[in-house]
Design a protein around this ligand. Structure first.
Ligand SMILES: Cc1cc2nc3c(=O)[nH]c(=O)nc-3n(C[C@H](O)[C@H](O)[C@H](O)COP(=O)(O)O)c2cc1C
Ligand code: SF4
Length: 518
């Protein structure tokens, strides 16, 4: 049997040098006259181990990582093609603690095989959900998704089945499925990872959404910073079309569904659903007032499902294994699993899919291993740039939509950024206001003007000018932004600002004392 070597080709692994490793492996194979097949798989998400090279042996896959090009010669000398021992030896990939502790439902296939091989996708259980869906009535598909408890993974946590039901019930000569792959939150890469590592699961999920709601056309709106994901998705759509997964007769059924990939223009606010729809229509990415909801009047004024990548990519397993299977994972009203993206100043950064319910402390300390710098963790921002900063005192918060809301936080797209004790939370609060000022679409006053006034006020605080008055002013401003903004960009910016003030008051003390303390 020809040896098979797996070297990830996703942008995360490439950024860590996977291409140079692949080149060194090819050169070594040629020099030693060994015939082998190199498979460019996606990443399994343990980015602290990337580039992670795997070989298929008689006893199963064996992983090595993180591999540097300079390791390649000695890997061959150690007999790595048959799983030989080496300083980079990690053993069976599914036994690596970071991977073994996960519950992989949505990411079950990600990183295992060539992402563009439909045969590999099918051999690992792909298309079973769609096969079930084509034999069902649309309302039954919607019911199954509703009963699974799946909520939108883009940030708002809105029940996916209810959104689909609205589109199903709304008459329209044309309906659309729009996939939100703008993934603008800091620390997030789950959408990119699955589009690059298992693109067919998203295609399958969107097709099921189409059949369930009567939509025949889908668009994936991918941020321009993701050229690799765009390329993989375009190729995957082509493969799916040729294989009859997409087209006028999906899997030979009377259902028609096709899709296209669109590249975003590069603005955080274009991830907001109505702004995204404007952008997709070729207009400026400005937020639309709601109502009408996109489900009633969305893309080009037609009933539209707009869902995040992970929401849609979680549908195939629900349609394959059933609503009860999926719902069995999780806690409270947060059902199923969530791909937590651990980033920032952290030792073991990567994607960790788990059932809802792990505490923040378990995620940061046990899974993430604490900070990369070895200093104490000071704060963790959960949910992207609009998420709250949690201090160690709130590390007992379970990963659950309602539990985070109770503590004035949010899960968002489940990205977490870890900070050590050198972080200055006043600077982080200023950054939140500045981010909002730069990214504001400008449609409403609390966000457009409030964020700029917020930066100025925090600057005065930092300079020690009338601290009590300016602190009260920031708080007042945050209330105006929270309750008066049209969308969550202005409405949620108060979360990082107020959590910094509430949990880290020492960082907001007057400037002379700050200087003296430093
Ligand atoms: C400023 C802003 C940026 C957003 N960015 C994203 C994004 O990048 N990706 C995403 O899926 N949702 C984003 N959202 C949430 C979307 O508006 C919307 O709730 C989501 O796409 C719906 O899909 P879901 O129900 O599957 O989560 C953003 C919202 C706001 C207010
Ligand atoms: S809150 Fe900001 S981004 Fe949202 S509509 Fe208002 S100005 Fe635009």
């Amino acid at each position: 049997m020809i040896p098979r070597i797996y070297i990830p080709g996703d942008s995360g692994a490439l950024a860590l040098g996977a291409e140079k490793v692949a080149k060194a492996v090819r050169a070594e194979l040629a020099e030693r006259g060994i015939e082998a097949k190199i498979v460019r798989n996606g990443s399994r998400g343990a980015y602290f181990l990337e580039p992670m090279v795997e070989v298929a042996t008689e006893k199963g896959r064996v992983a090595y990582g993180p591999v540097k090009p300079s390791d390649v010669k000695s890997l061959f000398d150690s007999g790595f093609l048959t799983g030989g021992h080496h300083k980079r030896w990690l053993g069976a990939p599914d036994k690596i603690p970071f991977l073994a502790k996960q519950t992989r439902l949505t990411f079950a296939r990600c990183g295992i095989n060539d992402p563009l091989s439909l045969d590999a996708y099918k051999s690992l259980g792909g298309l079973k959900g769609l096969q079930n869906a084509v034999a069902m009535a649309p309302l039954d598909i919607v019911k199954q998704v509703t009963e699974s408890g799946l909520r939108g993974r883009g940030g708002a946590g809105f029940p996916t089945g209810i959104k689909w039901k609205t589109v199903l019930d709304t008459a329209g000569e044309r309906k659309y499925i729009v996939c939100n792959a703008d993934e603008g939150d800091s620390a997030t890469f789950a959408d990119r990872m699955i589009m690059e590592g298992d693109p067919f699961v998203l295609i399958e999920g969107m097709t099921i959404a189409g059949i369930a709601t009567g939509a025949t056309k889908g668009f994936v709106y991918i941020r321009s910073e993701y050229p690799h994901a765009v390329a993989v998705m375009n190729k995957a759509v082509e493969v799916a079309r040729k294989a009859g997964v997409l087209g006028v007769n999906v899997l030979g059924s009377p259902n028609a569904f096709d899709m296209e990939i669109r590249v975003g223009a590069g603005a955080y606010v274009c991830g907001e659903e109505t702004s995204l729809l404007n952008s997709l229509e070729g207009k400026r990415g400005v937020v639309r007032a709601k109502p009408p909801l996109p489900a009633i009047q969305g893309l080009f004024g037609k009933p539209t499902v707009i869902n995040n990548v992970i929401s849609l990519a979680s549908v195939p397993i629900i349609m394959d294994k059933g609503a009860a299977f999926y719902k069995d994972f999780g806690m409270g009203r947060s059902r199923g699993t969530i791909p937590i993206q651990i980033a920032g100043n952290v030792k073991f950064g990567g994607l960790f899919e788990a059932a809802f319910g792990m505490t923040l402390g378990e995620i940061v300390d046990d899974i993430g291993g604490g900070t990369a710098t070895g200093r104490p963790v000071k704060a963790v921002q959960v949910g992207g740039p609009l998420g709250a900063y949690f201090p160690r005192g709130l590390f007992d918060t379970p990963f659950d939509y309602e539990e985070f809301a109770k503590r004035d936080g949010l899960i968002g797209h489940a990205g977490i950024t870890v900070f050590d004790d050198t972080a200055d939370m006043l600077k982080q609060a200023r950054f939140a206001m500045e981010f909002c000022a730069i990214e504001s679409c400008g449609k409403c006053t609390p966000c457009r003007i409030g964020s700029t006034r917020g930066v100025e006020t925090i600057d005065r605080l930092a300079a020690g000018i009338e601290p009590e008055k300016n602190l009260a002013l920031v708080t007042d401003l945050c209330n105006t932004m929270k309750f008066g903004s049209l969308c969550a960009l202005g409405g949620f910016t108060p979360y990082p600002v107020m959590s910094s003030i509430t949990h880290f008051p020492e960082d907001f003390k007057p400037a002379p004392a700050r200087v003296a303390a430093e």
